[in-house]
Design a protein around this ligand. Structure first.
Ligand code: SAM
Length: 356
């Protein structure tokens, strides 16, 4: 998932280079998932097509969303309202996805997809007794809460532009409203810096990697998990030329985000940029999230079921602000595109997947 995990070396041999699996993992990461030689890994390379009927039931509901009740200044709590969605107001306009209940539900659902992808683990880095962890762009804080619960001896900080995290959190977890594109001021170097689904958020990824490097203890780990793009291994879907409304939706969203200098397609560059920033033991693992239940394999079909819900919910969330604010579309035009793209997401004859 451009699940790039890399260590901050200090010019000496990395004590973690043996890459032992994390001790707490619910499901062990397969041995062949972890590389020490810097080569890339692609998972689920050939997904077999299910030619039978689709009798799965739709995902029934969403996991709980939460409300921030701490005393923040009213300007931070007073979200921008636009086209029926709400958006962060701190550093207004920087991040193009909404922060409302629907989006929070989607983020929590997506958290489940990440968990399934790495067999129930919270991370793939070979951590040992972490004392300090930073979650950059923590969203609803769901990962940070799970991590803090799993590591009660670790002080965890989650930062975000939006105050959408719960207040009832593990005692070793603090949420901060902060802009990660500003200079970082933390009291302790971190054992792990975790950043997930931050493409389209950052204008300057090399700056981010440099900041992460400077704020890790020697031997500490940076783990990025990001989406790359929509792909397909047969001729049922293409982006160039766009074969359907889903392809058009993705191309237009990418085009709009590019215009404000925040590319959607950054994940393939993570590894090179980490190495350039000084990281060692950099690995890059690629996974597939089918857009719906088209695969035959039961695990991939289940992934597709969750991914389908995530993709359907992402259609408007991703496109509304970029297409209206940047490309000048009307809300109704976006809604028509979203409705058409939704049909493609539900269409099991389209064998597309998210390359993660
Ligand atoms: C797609 S969400 C991912 C949330 C979380 N990492 C997860 O995987 O569930 C991206 C998050 O990054 C936050 N974000 C975007 N730009 C940011 C910035 N410059 N500083 C801090 N947070 C930012 C957004 O507010 C949003 O909550």
């Amino acid at each position: 998932m451009a699940s790039s995990s890399s260590s901050r070396g200090d010019g000496t041999a990395n004590p973690n280079s043996a890459l032992d699996p994390p001790p707490h993992d619910a499901g062990d990461t397969p041995d062949d998932d972890v590389h020490t030689d810097g080569t890339d890994i692609e998972h689920n390379q050939d997904i077999e097509l299910d030619t039978g009927s689709d009798n799965d039931s739709a995902y029934a509901g969403s996991v709980n969303s939460s409300t921030w009740t701490a005393s923040l200044t009213s300007s931070i709590q007073h979200f921008r309202e636009e086209n029926g969605r709400t958006y962060h107001s701190y550093r207004d306009g920087k991040y193009i996805l909404p922060n409302d209940d629907s989006e929070m539900d989607r983020l929590d659902l997506q958290n489940m997809l990440f968990s399934m992808t790495i067999s129930g683990a919270l991370y793939v880095s070979p951590l040992q007794n972490p004392l300090h962890c930073l979650d950059v762009g923590t969203g609803t804080g769901i990962w940070a809460m799970d991590f803090a619960d799993a590591h009660p001896g670790c002080e965890v900080i989650g930062i975000d532009l939006s105050p959408i995290q719960p207040t009832d959190v593990p005692p070793n977890l603090t949420f901060l409203i902060d802009d990660c594109e500003e200079t970082w001021h933390y009291r302790h170097p971190f054992d792990l810096i975790h950043s997930r689904m931050m493409v389209a958020s950052l204008a300057d990824w090399p700056k981010f990697f440099a900041a992460a490097f400077a704020n890790l203890r020697p031997g500490g780990w940076l783990e990025n998990q990001d989406v790359w793009t929509l792909k397909c291994d047969d001729d049922s879907f293409t982006l160039d030329p766009p074969s359907c409304s889903l392809a058009r939706w993705w191309n237009l969203t990418c085009e709009a985000v590019e215009k404000i200098g925040r590319s959607m397609v950054e994940a393939p560059l993570h590894k090179r940029r980490m190495i350039d920033a000084g990281f060692v033991d950099v690995t890059d693992e690629t996974y597939k999230w089918p857009i719906n239940t088209w695969p035959k394999d039961e695990k991939m079909k289940l992934m597709g079921l969750w991914s389908r819900e995530n993709t359907v919910e992402a259609l408007e969330a991703l496109a509304m602000a970029p297409l209206t604010r940047i490309l000048g579309w009307e809300k109704e035009e976006v809604q028509v595109l979203v409705a058409e793209a939704r049909k493609d997401v539900m269409n099991r004859d389209i064998h597309a997947y998210w390359s993660m």
